[in-house]
Design a protein around this ligand. Structure first.
Ligand code: ANZ
Ligand code: ZN
Length: 811
């Protein structure tokens, strides 16, 4: 300790190691998961991937925030289950191992040990009897089991798919792992490849995943992110006759069909060959070859400039009966809708840009009120209005026209209403090493066969050449002794699936495993699950708002449907924590501005450090990490330490304190309670600090007040609070105490101070009961010695009273 301050006798290193040991010996943090008659509270935090040397300050902020909440719920009388584990499979961990040149099987356990040490050092209330490590065969056996359940239910399937391929990481990336056309992890531009991949049918659940969001107690930003990701759109499919057959398009704007002056097909559309006359062939083929190389993400976001080519073919607009040219362009995606669109340049921006570039006709079919049907368009017109140049629908409002045109087309057999989702099926295949092998065996005679459940886990073999290469084949395929396995059905030689599953599958069910880790014959025990799930509160990063939270909801829905669970929403309440900022940037490994908390904890103690982090700002907002701030909470703890030392000695009688302090005490309890409930811990801490100042001003403190302060401090400074609690004469953990209640009547100050003026000049002040009526106040003012001096024996002619504030006596 470099500080020059005189010691108060508070030595955090001693206090903290003492209580860490005690907690472990006494099982303080390991609740009896089967104990009936108490209210269970499953306090979950997103588990980390142990890919680096340790947890940084940003991670500590999040975990401490979750831990404070769990401890608070325990003080509210709940039986709190707060587990922690490691999301240790996957590309993050594997890449880190490759970078370090160490086999992940060797490196990851080392990292885990370090993470565990840090979690203990910071004083988390984690129940270490129930931890998970997704790379443990005892865990991934059940990840494989989960795959088999989906497979058997027809919810897992294999298909050829154009996928995002990162040439640096040499792996397929989910759409979610591509940001602005580059790999989220390494920044390399993503390429497209066609591979056979395993998918889960999450799209079957799109509507339910969307609708159930309304009933969840989640932050709005998180729910909205999921809504946008699932992306429901209501529209119609419409048929355009062409020489190659019926060309079906998807549109959200059937009301604009009279303005469809051309069509555009995705370059991969199957009709193109039949539509293209020989003269156009070379141009069309060249364009398609080029398009197959461009990055799907840029195409999806439409960021690149419009390019395209005319096929030479025509189709008939079913509304106007007129032939319109059919083009191909890469802004139309094969994966969405039907892979073909009717282009309405008058009312769609992309179509407008395209028509302008290639000289295609632009027709107005919507006019704003008062606007002429013939008014020229200098840009696409989006807004509502009435239909024009639209035959029988002229004059109909756009909203009404959507349904009317759809019905009219349906009547002609040329279309039908259709709801689409943006969501894609979940690609769970990874051509990598560090994951659970997908439990399938291919047999030439029987086709793909699931590995029988009794043969699980399919162990990931320890191989030295685990690095991926360019072949698109998993490193596992290079290991013949593992690769060849008999067909589970006919026993003839077969081959194992060499893809491993996505890390997001590991984390889509880990919360089900925690309460049941001691069961080796089932992934989760019915009774345990019934008691502990769904999760009461889940705290985690908003970067997982879409993927992890959506996949977990999907898996839970499927398991419910298959009869394994009784609920279908896993997380009753979700709150996103904010980020810690350092030197103006979010603290993250990728930015290289991370701070490892160990030194701070060594210097200041875990309790001070926890308080400092929680004092930075509301948990949902995060805060700015500055070194100087740490001494404040430490000083506060030192002063509390002294207060306990003074108040701890037995006293014959408790001191009497002023009504003012009593109301400050209750107000502090109220503010602390509200702060805890709203995860605005900074206000709870501030309330305690102010209360301590008030106690000091008063110069007296009843023991009950000191004890309540310690209880309220306990979630933030658990070791400190335990030590004080013991010094105050208690033999059980402070976490068996109850969070103090406040009396709403006492929160309001019981007395008020009233200014007394004589002839408009302030002459005195009186203190009087808040509920005193006018007569009582005036009588008190007239009896006040300070006032009497200025009245000089005269009787006031006028007495003015401003309730609760002032009395003016006019003489
Ligand atoms: C005609 C039209 C007129 C359209 C108009 C829009 C505005 P969301 O809302 O995202 O579902 N579209 C359909 N399939 C497409 C594909 N595979 N690739 C690219 N674009 C596609 O978007 C649906 C709209 O996007 C559809 O409605 C279609 O253009 C286009 F004034 O049809 B619209
Ligand atoms: Zn077979």
């Amino acid at each position: 300790m470099t500080d020059e301050r005189p010691s108060t006798g508070y030595h955090p290193e001693q206090v903290e190691s003492k209580w860490r040991e005690r907690w472990q010996q006494r099982g303080t943090n390991a609740p009896d998961l089967d104990r009936p008659a108490t209210e269970p509270f499953y306090n979950l935090m997103m588990f980390p991937y142990p890919s680096a040397e340790g947890l940084h300050v940003g991670n500590m902020f999040a975990f401490t925030g979750g831990d404070v909440y769990g401890r608070y719920q325990r003080l509210r009388g709940k039986t709190v289950f707060e587990p922690m584990g490691y999301d240790a499979f996957g590309i993050h961990s594997e890449n880190f191992a490759i970078k370090q040149g160490i086999h992940p099987g060797e490196l990851i356990p080392r990292n885990i040990a370090n993470f565990r040490r840090q979690f203990e050092r910071i004083g988390g209330m984690f129940d270490w009897r129930h931890t998970v490590d997704t790379t443990d065969p005892a865990y991934y056996k059940w990840t494989q089991w989960l795959f088999l359940q989906l497979y058997k239910a027809g919810k897992a399937y294999k298909k050829q798919a154009s996928v995002n391929w990162c040439p640096t990481d040499k792996t397929v990336l989910a759409n979610e792992q591509v940001e602005g056309g580059v790999c989220e992890r390494c920044g390399t531009p993503v390429e497209q490849r066609v591979l056979e991949q395993w998918f889960f049918r999450i799209t079957e659940y799109a509507g339910r995943l969307l609708d159930s969001l309304d009933g969840l107690d989640w932050s709005d930003s998180t729910r909205n992110a999921q809504r946008n990701w699932i992306g429901r759109s209501e529209g119609a499919e419409v048929d355009f006759a062409s020489p190659a057959g019926i060309l079906r398009v998807y549109t959200t704007r059937p009301d604009t069909i009279f303005g469809a002056t051309f069509m555009v097909l995705a370059p991969e559309h199957p009709f193109i060959d039949a539509l293209t006359p020989p003269a156009q062939r070379t141009l069309v083929d060249a364009y398609r070859a080029e398009a197959s190389k461009t990055d799907l993400v840029a195409r999806r976001t439409g960021e690149k400039s419009k390019s395209g080519v005319f096929t030479g073919g025509f189709a008939t607009n079913p509304a106007t009966g007129k032939p319109i040219p059919v083009w191909i362009a890469d802004y139309v995606l094969m994966e969405y809708g039907t892979g073909a669109i009717m282009a309405v340049p008058g009312h769609d921006d992309r179509d407008f840009a395209f028509a302008t570039k290639f000289g295609l006709p632009i027709v107005r079919v919507i006019a704003a009120p008062g606007e002429e049907a013939s008014a020229p368009l200098t840009e696409a017109h989006h807004g509502p209005g009435v239909l024009v140049n639209s035959g029988p629908f002229n004059g109909v409002g756009t909203d009404e026209a959507r349904a009317k045109v759809t019905a009219w087309l349906a009547g002609k057999g040329a279309g039908e209403g259709k709801t689409l989702f943006r969501l894609h099926d979940w690609c769970i295949s990874r051509q990598r090493y560090w994951g659970p092998p997908i439990p399938i065996i291919y047999c030439d005679a029987c086709g793909p066969q699931p590995v029988p459940e009794k043969d699980l886990p399919v162990l990931l073999p320890v191989i030295e050449d685990f690095r991926p290469d360019d072949s698109g084949v998993s490193p596992l395929a290079r290991h013949k002794e593992w690769y060849h396995a008999p067909c589970p059905k006919c026993g003839k030689p077969g081959r194992r699936e060499t893809d491993v599953s996505d890390t997001f599958l590991d984390s889509a069910w880990y919360f089900l495993r925690y309460p049941s880790t001691e069961f080796t014959d089932r992934p989760f025990d019915r009774e345990r699950t019934r008691r502990w799930l769904p999760v009461a509160t889940y705290i985690g990063g908003n970067e997982h708002a879409v993927l992890h939270l959506l996949y977990s909801r999907f898996i839970t829905m499927v398991l419910k449907e298959l009869g394994h669970l009784d609920f279908e929403e896993p997380f009753t309440r979700f709150r996103a924590h904010g980020m810690i900022v350092k030197d103006g940037a979010k603290m993250s490994k990728s930015r290289g501005n991370v701070i490892i908390p160990d030194d701070y904890i060594d210097k200041w103690g875990a309790d001070t450090f926890r308080m400092y982090l929680m004092f930075l700002g509301p948990l949902g907002d995060g805060g700015d990490f500055r070194d100087e701030g740490v001494s404040g909470p430490r000083r506060f703890l030192e002063r509390m330490w002294l207060l306990v030392a003074e108040g701890g000695a037995p006293r014959p009688t408790e001191p009497v304190i002023t009504p003012a302090l009593i109301s400050k005490w209750h107000r502090a309890k109220q503010r602390a309670t509200e702060g805890m409930d709203a995860l605005r811990y900074n206000t709870a801490i501030a309330a305690l600090m102010e209360l301590l100042n008030a106690v000091k001003d008063e110069g007296a403190h009843p023991r009950a007040l000191v004890e309540e302060m310690i209880v309220m401090l306990a979630p933030f400074a658990p070791h400190f609070a335990e030590e004080c609690w013991e010094r105050l004469g208690h033999s059980t953990t402070v976490f068996d105490a109850r969070w103090p209640a406040f009396d709403p009547a006492l929160v309001v100050e019981s007395t008020v101070e009233i200014v007394v003026q004589v002839n408009g000049k302030v002459r005195s002040k009186i203190t009087i009961a808040r509920e005193a009526d006018e007569a009582t106040v005036l009588a008190a003012a007239l009896a006040d010695a300070g006032t009497l001096k200025f009245l000089d024996g005269q009787t006031p002619k006028k007495k003015i009273y401003v309730p609760g504030r002032l009395v003016n006596l006019v003489v």
